[in-house]
Design a protein around this ligand. Structure first.
Ligand code: FES
Length: 159
C-alpha cells in the first residue's frame, strides 16, 4: 500500500512548505516527518516525498542516502551512535564499540533481534571534550566507561 502521512502529520505539511522558497528545499523536513512515522525511508516513502514535492524519485533517494540520519532499510526502535573520530578514538571508542557489540549481540550496522536497538558508529558529534561519547536517539552520553554503557543499554532494552 502506498505511503501516506497520518492526518496529524499531513497538517504539518503546509507549515513546513511555507518555510522555504521552493518545494525542493522542503525535502529534508518532509523526509524526516515521513521517517518518524514509518520508521525508515522505504521506496514508498521516497515515492510519496517525490510526488508531494514534484521531484524525481532519484533526487529524493539521493538526498535520503546522503545523510546518515535517514535510514533506507528497516531499523530498530532506538539508535546508538558511538563516535569514532579522533578524540573519542584516543579515549577508547574502539573498546566502547566492541563492548556494545558484545552486550547487544550484534555488529555495527545491525539491529537486535527484538527490534529494539540499531548500533551505528558516527563521525565527530562535537562533544570531543567529553570523549568517549555516544548519542542514543537524541541524547548525548559522555565520558563513557563499559559500566556506564551497561547501564544505558540495559535501560534501552527495557524501554
Ligand atoms: S571526536 Fe568524538 S565527539 Fe568529537
Amino acid at each position: 500500500m502506498a505511503f501516506q502521512l497520518t492526518p496529524e502529520r499531513e497538517q504539518q505539511l503546509p507549515e513546513i512548505l511555507a518555510r522555504y522558497p521552493t518545494k525542493m528545499a522542503a525535502c529534508l523536513p518532509l523526509l524526516h516527518l515521513a521517517q518518524e512515522q514509518n520508521g525508515w525511508v522505504s521506496d514508498d516513502v521516497i515515492a510519496y516525498v517525490a510526488e508531494r514535492l514534484e521531484l524525481s524519485a532519484a533526487h529524493v533517494f539521493g538526498v535520503a542516502t546522503f545523510y546518515s540520519l535517514y535510514h533506507t532499510h528497516p531499523v530498530g526502535k532506538h539508535h546508538v551512535w558511538v563516535c569514532r573520530t579522533l578524540s573519542c578514538a584516543l579515549n577508547g571508542a574502539d573498546a566502547i564499540v566492541a563492548h556494545c557489540e558484545e552486550r547487544l549481540g550484534i555488529h555495527v550496522g545491525e539491529t537486535t533481534a527484538d527490534g529494539q536497538v540499531t548500533l551505528h558508529t558516527a563521525e565527530c558529534l562535537a562533544s570531543c571534550g567529553t570523549a568517549p561519547m555516544m548519542q542514543i536517539d537524541c541524547e548525548y552520553h559522555e565520558n563513557l566507561s563499559p559500566e556506564k554503557v551497561d547501564v544505558l543499554l540495559d535501560r534501552l532494552r527495557q524501554s
